[in-house]
Design a binder for this molecule. Structure first.
Ligand SMILES: N[C@@H](CCC(=O)N[C@@H](CS)C(=O)NCC(=O)O)C(=O)O
Length: 196
């Protein structure tokens, strides 16, 4: 299998962490790409986004959550995506929340690096509020072990915030989330997929 990725993408990292947690990382060949300019990526995935997964039979998948669920199905387990029921909705809901905050963080980073006359202050404030409200929600939320795709998505969001803004301290007001992430960040899946 090939995973088309960029080292800075939190969504690609999410898939890489999931693959590690499922013990599938050695079967994943990483193909580094630039989604903004790689015509080969566009030929595979009309959205030209990372992550994109090419299966051994030639099937192509996009969207980090879908790719992670497909990887899990290769092993026929329900470890990251619980079977139908409340635990599944909880995991999917946390995944959706973390993914939404990751999108806001990516747009905030891109906008902050635009010339002042090309950016909207109102949008910068909106993205920052989305991230702050998500972190506050997560501080009040119980996270489970072994982790589901929800916990993985949250860890990837927190890792992305540390990567982009190492000097902005999201931990100070959120001791529970900070302690949880301290433990999660030490997992081999996280250590071996750090952003570059
Ligand atoms: N919802 C998608 C988001 C993927 C995404 O936005 N990837 C970014 C990199 S972090 C990308 O490829 N951007 C290129 C583009 O938007 O054209 C997922 O979960 O995979």
């Amino acid at each position: 299998m090939e995973l088309w990725y960029t080292p800075t993408s939190p969504f690609a990292r999410k898939v890489r962490v999931a693959a590690h947690e499922l013990g599938l990382q050695s079967g994943l060949r990483l193909v580094e790409t630039n989604p903004w300019s790689d015509a080969n990526l566009r030929a595979l995935n009309p959205l030209a986004k990372v992550p994109t997964l090419v299966l051994d039979d030639g099937d192509v998948l996009w969207e980090s959550g879908l790719i992670a669920e497909r990887l899990e199905a290769l092993g026929r387990s329900h470890r990251l995506f619980p079977a139908a029921g409340p635990q599944r909705w909880r995991a999917l809901s946390l995944q959706a929340l973390a993914d939404g905050a990751c999108t806001a963080a990516g747009r905030l980073f891109a906008d902050e690096n635009r010339p002042v006359n090309e950016r909207s202050e109102a949008m910068l404030v909106r993205f920052a509020e989305t991230i702050k409200a998500t972190l506050d929600y997560l501080e009040r939320t119980a996270l489970v072990d072994p982790p589901t795709i929800g916990e993985i998505s949250i860890a990837v969001l927190l890792g992305y915030l540390d990567f982009r803004w190492p000097n902005r301290d999201w931990r100070a007001q959120r001791p529970g989330l900070a302690a949880w992430y301290g433990r999660f960040a030490a997992r081999p899946a996280m250590l071996q997929t750090a952003h570059l």
